[in-house]
Design a protein around this ligand. Structure first.
Ligand SMILES: Cc1ncc(COP(=O)(O)O)c(C=O)c1O
Length: 340
């Protein structure tokens, strides 16, 4: 199966800009640093999910879906962009939020309400023993909603949090092709790209793209924002196997290409770290570019630390994939993070 022949709907503005961060590079005294602006994909305030949703929603349309159900946390960028994309395509959207409705929704959750999905459900209560338990309750709720929709004559389509990995592999392998072309126009070849790793599929797609379009010359460095490196690696290798067999590619990807660092997570998912704060402030104050506190802030913290540790030479060309998420800066909790 050829990547170019897979059905895709138009949601985002591509190619996204590739910009050089000269001030930041000078400040760090290391390699040339670039940023791939997937926060500027446009629709619904943009972000990495649109590249995946272009494939997921084409699949939904092919299956005759009339309503899309998805799940995520109150500050989920995925949920926001799914709601925006459904509005553009004239599909109903049903959002299952893992958490309670706060008195004043802020950040992504405020935008979810402005986008006006067909339904928003909140699942959760104080005292849920674990995130795993909350995930299970949210998935059960999504199944229950799908049943109700079917009984009303709708055709529901479920998109898991972060999209199915195969849609991520499609979206982000083509992002590598786009980015490598932009470097080629400047007569440059990128050495490494840093990407946040949440549900893993952006990272998997980048590794696949680096394999297909740079013969593994581009190193993809995943910065985990939640899970231990080993969990990320296992998931990525499984997702790569699925992608290679879906695209009927005979080749294999060396496990050495799967490099995921977990030392920038700190105390856990979405919990601020001093290095994240430094990275967000430094990028904003040297370049005027806003990262987010959950994903790209920690990823830039990883990039900065690796540069400071001397992992790259002056000849290297290092890129941060800006996967979006800045609406989370407007979540009520963030002023405590950034203002002393
Ligand atoms: C802004 C942002 N960056 C990065 C990621 C990570 O992408 P993935 O879930 O494909 O690992 C996400 C979502 O999880 C996100 O919302």
């Amino acid at each position: 199966m050829q990547l170019g022949s897979i059905p895709r709907v138009h949601l985002g503005e591509f190619p996204t800009p590739l910009q050089e961060l000269k001030n930041l590079s000078r400040e760090l005294g290391g390699p040339r640093i670039f940023i791939k602006r997937d926060d500027m994909t446009g629709l619904g305030l943009g972000g990495n999910k649109l590249r995946k949703l272009e494939y997921a929603l084409a699949d939904a349309q092919a299956q005759g879906a009339t309503a899309v159900i998805t799940v995520g946390g109150p500050q989920s960028n995925h949920v926001r962009l799914t709601a925006a994309a459904c509005n553009k395509l004239g599909l109903k959207s049903v959002l299952v939020i893992r958490g309670l409705l706060p008195e004043k929704p802020t950040g992504n959750l405020l935008i979810d309400h402005i986008l006006g999905p067909s339904e928003i459900h909140y699942v959760g209560a104080d005292g849920f023993p674990s995130k795993g338990e909350l995930d299970r309750v949210a998935d059960e709720k999504a199944e229950e909603i799908a049943e109700t929709l079917r009984s009303q004559g709708e055709v529901p389509y479920f998109i898991p949090n972060g999209c199915r990995s195969i849609h991520g592999a499609m979206g982000y392998s083509s992002c590598v092709l786009e980015m490598v072309g932009q470097f080629r126009e400047r007569q440059l070849a990128p050495t490494a790209v840093f990407s946040a790793v949440g549900t893993t599929s952006t990272y998997t797609g980048l590794i696949l793209g680096a394999h297909l379009f740079t013969q593994d010359q581009l190193r993809v460095i995943g910065i985990s924002v939640a899970n231990p490196s080993e969990t990320v690696r296992e998931r990525a290798i499984r997702q790569l196997d699925e992608a290679l067999s879906t695209f009927e590619l005979g080749s294999s990807i060396s496990p050495e290409a799967v490099v995921a660092l977990d030392q920038y997570v700190g105390d856990g998912y979405a919990i601020p770290t001093p290095a994240m704060k430094e990275a967000v402030l430094l990028t904003a104050q040297t370049e005027g570019i806003l990262l987010d506190p959950v994903y790209t802030g920690k990823t830039m913290a990883g990039l900065i630390d690796q540069v400071r540790q001397g992992a790259f030479s002056k000849e290297d060309i290092v890129t941060l994939l800006h996967t979006g998420g800045a609406p989370a800066l407007f979540a009520d909790t963030q002023s405590d993070t950034f203002i002393e």
